[in-house]
Design a protein around this ligand. Structure first.
Ligand code: FES
Length: 576
């Protein structure tokens, strides 16, 4: 489709640079102060490069180099690149959890773009919450946007075996606690599991979300699959810089690209990837920023009909390098073309179907076709019942099949510290049939809904050979985690959701086929407990924590701030 091209006069940045008045004199002279000449910027699209690099951004340590490659592309295409750093959300180092700051990054992105003379932007992210945070802000600002994913790190190695981010940490941690590997083994694993720049190389939240963002139309074809250190990644960075300049002239904006169909495509890809449960929260938040009222039931409807196709850890066998060599995201999308709305528009100016045309699958054990799936449905299941009236989520394809229909006595932990203190007590009244319950780990209770949902197996059960149990919480779980973990219980226990009312010894029934999660007590007893429940005091009196506490929504609504949802117009600043 040919779009009407913008004129120089129509560029947003011209409001800062073009007028012959006192203020614009200041804008021009201060740009010259940075060493640029008039020829560098005059009449050119200003491209904001929102970079989440910092010294603590472990997954983005190559972004100092990549940003130069993005700038090269912008210059080559006749744009004026301006790098604008934004908050780092370094998944493992930031406490209480990066999820607490996803909306912070979204606000920062939106306001950077609004308050400076940006005509379009390149978003540099990838580590879990950075993709959704950057995209949420850019969707709200609605300037031409391209997302440059950090790319996965190289495959980890230990003792001749591949190591997968997260997944193998949990696995070998259990083996260490069970006495099956040594402290020396554990140290070698620590040194071998993250051996290059880039994001987790399992199908965790990072690769799930970068694949979803590409499917939604915001990255160049196959960008999400390229390993971070690969020279193709550097070329993708400069091509992203080139393309954004054209997107500005074409006035191709996020809300021209996003539609109910593109979100359906994203959910289908999530299911085909066997992707992270975190995506349910992030995709809902992205949709609501675009004015699309996506609800959990849509994941359920699509999940029932979409096969799980990508054989990757934590649910399968392979890692992101294998996925890339097997054909990557474009190979997967071409293989499942019949399931997709291929006329959805993308950042290339072409449709999704045009972008993936001719892509091939080179290894059908890594990327399966719909005729030979890993399983016939997506494996991300939405549960409801008296324990989760507003929904809960389980990654059924990462659970032991025998536990997908299970009833057992609850062992309740009041919060994370209570769990950590008692879990390995030899007298803890648990056996392999027990259902571990963790409360006060949701958006407000955590706070920030930390990734505590894969509760550790009690040591005494590990020694008996138990490696999976039913676990229930209002927390999230790392996309690299696995096990029979019921997550995102809504409403959360901190605000009086039914999880707050469970007592140790109550029978809880999980039935994944029936999509139910049931506390087996009668309604009258549940009401008695509810009447006796006492509200929690606010966790924060001031600062960002107070803002977060007052405005964050529950998991089924995407955990966005209520005042940031929707498409109401925020005025551009007056240029005084
Ligand atoms: Fe950054 Fe996993 S820690 S993507």
């Amino acid at each position: 489709m040919t779009r009407k091209r913008k004129t120089v006069e129509e560029l947003r940045s011209q409001r800062w640079y073009a007028p012959q008045d006192l203020r614009s004199f200041g804008h021009r002279s201060r740009t010259l102060q940075m060493g640029y000449s008039h020829a560098d910027y005059a009449g050119k699209p200003v491209i904001a490069i929102v970079n989440t690099w910092s010294d603590v951004s472990h997954c983005h340590s190559h972004f100092r180099q990549r940003v130069e490659e993005v700038k090269r592309g912008v210059w080559q295409a006749g744009g004026f690149p301006l790098e604008m750093p934004a908050i780092t959300l370094a998944e493992t180092l930031q406490k209480p959890t990066t999820m607490m700051y996803r909306n912070f990054l979204a606000m920062e992105t939106e306001e950077l773009l609004r308050s400076y003379p940006a005509d379009g932007c390149v978003l540099m992210g990838g580590c879990d919450k950075t993709g959704p945070g950057l995209m949420m802000g850019a969707i709200s600002m609605n300037l031409p946007t391209i997302f440059m994913p950090a790319g996965p790190m190289l495959t980890g190695r230990w003792a001749g075996r591949p190591l997968g981010s997260g997944s193998d940490v949990w696995k070998y941690w259990d083996e260490l606690r069970a006495g099956n590997i040594t402290e020396r083994d554990w140290r070698e694993i620590e040194e071998g599991i993250a051996r290059s720049p880039g994001t987790c190389m399992t199908m965790g939240t990072a690769s799930t979300m970068t694949s979803i963002i590409e499917t939604l139309g915001f990255s160049l074809p196959n960008a999400a699959a390229i390993p971070a250190p690969d020279s193709s990644h550097a070329r993708m960075a400069s091509l992203s810089g080139r393309r954004i300049v054209e997107m500005v002239w074409e006035d191709l904006k996020p809300r021209d690209i996003l539609s109910a169909d593109s979100f359906d495509n994203a959910i289908k890809v999530l299911m085909a990837l066997g992707g992270s449960t975190n995506a349910l929260i992030h995709v809902i938040a992205l949709a609501r920023r675009a004015g699309i009222d996506l609800v959990l039931d849509r994941f359920e409807e699509i999940g029932e009909k979409t096969p799980y196709l990508v054989n990757m850890r934590p649910a399968g066998q392979y890692l992101m390098e294998d996925f890339y060599y097997a054909g990557g995201l474009v190979g997967l999308l071409e293989g499942m073309r019949a399931l997709l709305a291929t006329d959805a528009l993308t950042c290339t100016g072409r449709t999704l179907g045009e972008n993936i045309a001719g892509a091939r699958i080179h290894n059908e054990d890594v990327i399966r076709t719909p005729s030979n799936p890993m399983r016939p449905d997506g494996g991300l299941v939405v549960l409801r019942g008296n324990l989760a009236p507003d929904g809960a989520v389980i990654k059924a394809n990462a659970a032991e099949p025998r536990l997908l229909r299970h009833a057992g006595p609850a062992m309740v932990f009041e919060d994370y510290n209570d769990m950590a203190a008692r879990l390995d007590d030899p007298d803890l009244p648990v056996d392999a049939d027990s259902v571990l319950v963790l409360r006060n780990a949701g958006p407000l209770g955590g706070p920030g809904m930390p990734e505590w949902g894969m509760l550790p197996i009690p040591k005494k059960l590990l020694r008996q050979g138990v490696r999976d149990m039913v676990r229930i919480s209002d927390a999230r779980m790392s996309g690299t985690s696995y096990g029979t973990c019921v997550l995102h219980v809504a409403p959360e226990s901190w605000v009086g959701g039914p999880l707050a009312l469970v007592k140790t010894g109550d029978i809880i029934e999980l039935d994944v086929d029936a999509r139910t999660l049931t506390l087996k007590i009668d309604d009258a007893e549940l009401e008695r407990r509810r009447a006796a429940w006492k509200p929690n005091p606010p966790r924060y009196e001031r600062g960002y924590g107070a803002l977060f506490s007052q405005h964050v929504s529950q998991a089924d609504r995407g955990c966005d701030f209520d005042f940031l949802e929707g498409t109401a117009t925020t005025p551009d600043p007056e240029i005084h």
